[in-house]
Design a protein around this ligand. Structure first.
Ligand code: FMN
Length: 346
């Protein structure tokens, strides 16, 4: 089977509604919201531009006939729900133009959409602009996925050039760049390295949802690296790490987002926008396009209720919501000197 098709079927097979670190994030309830739901706007700012919704469809697929159908459906969902959308890595199309349609379909389907192209951190510098040009992408995602490459039988083994390549690429691309993980999360040290080379927008893409070590292990003959199935920092922990960096930058969160409440919690933790991959893919493949659209629209309505519940009328003010952490998240904060009371008494 084509690797991209295999990723989709394994992501679906492993997807389950399990507990993750978002369950260790508790909102402190105050009894007087003091606002009317009509005052609430769930819009957010990204790249100096206003987006009607604070969440989007994150990078997944392309590169085969089957994934072309999925990308078309995802683009239709993005259009119906007014969401930003990323494709999966376009490297396949840069090597083999016969699969380009599986990516360009997103622009054809959603011509006015804010669409993101995606490439890997090890890609040659010139591929970045080629990726953008493929479907006139409005921004470029560059993914970091070292654990995935290492567990992938045919994956990269030499990571010496990644940071240097990234620095050159970021300097050359003419559209905004998002550097993202793929479900392993980020430390404050990684984020600082990215800021030092000129990256301005970072998607921490933590664990808690799709696991690419689990997916790649299933593609190994002996499936002998299952011990890395839950490797990496969760999205909650990655956001907490990101808040310890003393330099402004745009935070995007993704990884393990299951519903409107997880989106809301990620926004309260400082994300300006929240990406969903596995949950939306699974909804599409199990319930179909129309029901997926209905569910996403219900999240949009629920978000307005959640903002009202905590008395906040706009996305950027959600960082005022007091939060208490329990279990392993609290342990991580203590070990990494993240001050818990900053969150519990704000
Ligand atoms: N991330 C990328 O940056 N590039 C990719 O090509 C890519 N392919 C993916 C394919 C599938 C089938 C899935 C489910 C995810 C893929 N991802 C890719 C990772 C997602 O963008 C995201 O970071 C990760 O799945 C964690 O989010 P989730 O828990 O919401 O799925």
């Amino acid at each position: 089977m084509n690797r991209k098709d295999e990723h989709v079927s394994l992501a679906k097979a492993f997807h389950k509604d399990h507990s993750n670190d978002f369950d260790a994030v508790q909102l402190v309830h105050h009894s007087f919201p003091g606002i009317d739901v009509d005052q609430v706007s769930i819009a957010t700012m990204l790249f100096d531009r206003r987006f009607a919704n604070p969440f989007f469809i994150n990078a997944m697929t392309g590169g085969s006939q089957k994934t072309q159908v999925i990308n078309r459906d995802l683009a239709e969902i993005a259009q119906a729900c007014d969401l930003m959308m990323a494709t999966g890595s376009v490297s396949a199309a840069l090597k083999d133009p016969t699969v380009a349609d599986s990516f360009t379909i997103v622009r054809k389907t959603f011509p006015e959409g804010f669409l993101l192209a995606n490439i890997g951190a090890g890609s040659p510098v010139e591929n970045a602009q080629r990726a953008v040009d493929l479907f006139q992408a409005d921004a470029l995602q560059i993914h970091l996925n070292a654990p995935q490459e290492l567990v992938m039988p045919e994956g990269d083994r030499d990571f010496r050039q990644w940071l240097t390549l990234l620095e050159k690429t970021v300097a050359q691309v003419k559209v905004p760049v998002i550097v993202k993980e793929v479900g392993f999360g980020m430390s404050r040290e990684t984020i600082q390295q990215l800021l030092d080379i000129g990256v301005e927008t970072i998607d921490v893409a933590g664990s808690g949802g799709t696991s690419f070590t689990q997916i790649e292990n299933a593609r190994r003959k002996k499936r002998d690296m299952a011990y890395l199935d839950s490797f990496g920092q969760s999205t909650v922990i990655s956001l907490l790490e990101s808040n310890e960096v003393n330099q402004p930058f745009t935070r995007i969160a993704s990884g393990g987002i299951r519903d409107a409440l997880d989106i809301f919690k990620a926004l309260c933790l400082g994300a300006q926008s929240v990406g969903l991959s596995g949950t939306i893919l699974n909804l599409l493949l199990t319930k179909g396009k129309e029901e997926t659209i209905t569910i996403i629209q219900s999240w949009q309505a629920q978000l307005r209720l959640l903002y009202t519940m905590v008395g906040q009328t706009q996305t950027s003010d959600l960082t005022n919501v007091p939060i208490v952490f329990s279990g392993p998240v609290k342990d991580w904060c203590e070990a990494r000197r993240i001050p818990l009371t900053t969150y519990s008494f704000r």
